[in-house]
Design a protein around this ligand. Structure first.
Ligand code: FAQ
Length: 335
């Protein structure tokens, strides 16, 4: 239900049924469009692997936005002022909206919303590692805005040029909203850094805990990226995981200096030869443990999501009953 899919397989069909092998002309046309940097639209023929990659990436992105509402959402009732509460409410609602645009984009590829959600709820689909870390104190909320949304923007601006039209168009609006999210986080931290020594210490503590998981959030090193090269060839990804991570580090170091916080990496320094910052080793074992379901909050995040879905069953039932009633009325009127 709630699907915007152009071609939803029936419930008994496998989620991504194989399409008949493409005549060469269709493949050639597809390749030409990709080479000419034109958009692929839902009604266009596309290779099955391209479709599968998009469903995987867009749905994981949607799941990340929805699960990503939880770490900050837990602070809405504890925000320190009415102003901060209103900003945080708006931000968390935006993340929910991003999830919905992205589910709609994924549905245009022929997979229903129910299938996408089922994959999340049964742990068959991933969501971003970053949302499995706890928000221990108020400064974590500002640091999520500054660093997590900052990393998300770095990763998502190139996706506005993704070769798949519905994904690219969804990303344009999402990126505008992410920019507000990043700015509100930075501004909140600026205020806290002008406060008491205890407030400054809380900001530094939050930066210390989030910095490394945020760097890992860009995905494995290019050499270990399963989908990276093909995703770039198809114009889905435009910049590799390592290059985006580097751009993020270079953009963030001067922001940290303005804030007056220390980034927790003794090896972080400007490399004159490369005209980039060098940085220390990321703990990839920790990243893969979190991706594999063993991070500090994975179980809690998923359990909350499944409960929210089950609690919403009555809304879906009511919407379906209303739709059936409307259809029956229309049929009666037409008879
Ligand atoms: N977490 O071959 P690659 C946000 C998996 S939204 C978990 O390099 P790819 C907004 C990857 O899926 C944040 N798994 O993969 C917000 C693959 O496994 P698979 C989400 C990860 O797709 C802010 C395997 O590792 N953003 O923050 C992660 O080419 C604040 C091999 O990796 C997006 O989803 C990870 N971090 O590149 C909301 C952006 N990284 O699928 C609330 C769109 C990698 O084969 C509050 N996605 N893996 O089982 C992308 O750009 C890409 O999918 C990457 C990964 C870059 C994430």
């Amino acid at each position: 239900m709630y699907t915007q899919s152009l071609d939803v397989p029936d419930a008994s069909a496998p989620a991504l049924a194989a399409v008949p092998s493409a005549p060469d002309a269709l493949q050639t046309r597809f390749d030409e469009k990709i080479d000419a940097d034109q958009k692929i639209e839902p009604q266009d023929w596309m290779p099955e692997a391209y479709r599968r990659t998009l469903v995987r990436q867009i749905s994981q992105h949607a799941h990340s936005e929805i699960i990503g509402m939880q770490p900050e959402g837990q602070w809405i009732s504890r925000a320190p002022s009415l102003k901060r509460k209103a900003i945080l409410l708006a931000k968390v609602q935006d993340e929910g909206g991003h999830g919905l645009y992205l589910y709609s984009a994924a549905e245009t590829l022929g997979t229903s919303r129910d299938q996408l959600l089922d994959a999340l709820h049964t742990s068959k689909a991933k969501y971003s590692s970053i949302f499995n870390y706890p928000t221990l104190q108020w400064a974590d909320v500002g640091v999520i805005g500054w660093l997590v949304d900052g990393a998300a923007i770095m990763n998502q601006v190139p996706l506005c040029r993704c070769s798949y039209g519905p994904y690219a168009r969804a990303m344009i609006r999402i990126c505008k909203e992410e920019s507000f999210h990043q700015r509100q986080g930075f501004e909140s931290l600026m205020v806290q850094m002008q406060g008491t020594p205890e407030q400054r210490a809380m900001v530094q503590d939050a930066v210390n805990r989030w910095w490394w998981p945020v760097l890992a959030m860009f995905g494995p090193p290019d050499a270990d990226s399963t989908h990276g090269a093909q995703g770039m060839r198809w114009g889905i990804k435009r910049i590799s995981n390592d290059d985006l991570r580097q751009k993020f580090v270079d953009a963030t170091v001067p922001q940290a200096a303005v804030l007056g916080v220390t980034l927790p990496d003794p090896d972080l320094k400007w490399n004159d030869e490369r005209q980039q910052h060098s940085y220390g080793a990321i703990d990839w074992d920790d990243f893969w443990a979190v991706v594999g379901g063993n991070g500090p909050c994975n179980k809690e995040r998923l359990a909350n999501r499944v409960k929210a879905h089950e609690d919403g069953q009555w809304v879906r039932d009511a919407a379906q009953a209303y739709a059936a009633k409307q259809q029956a009325r229309l049929l009666k009127e037409a008879a």
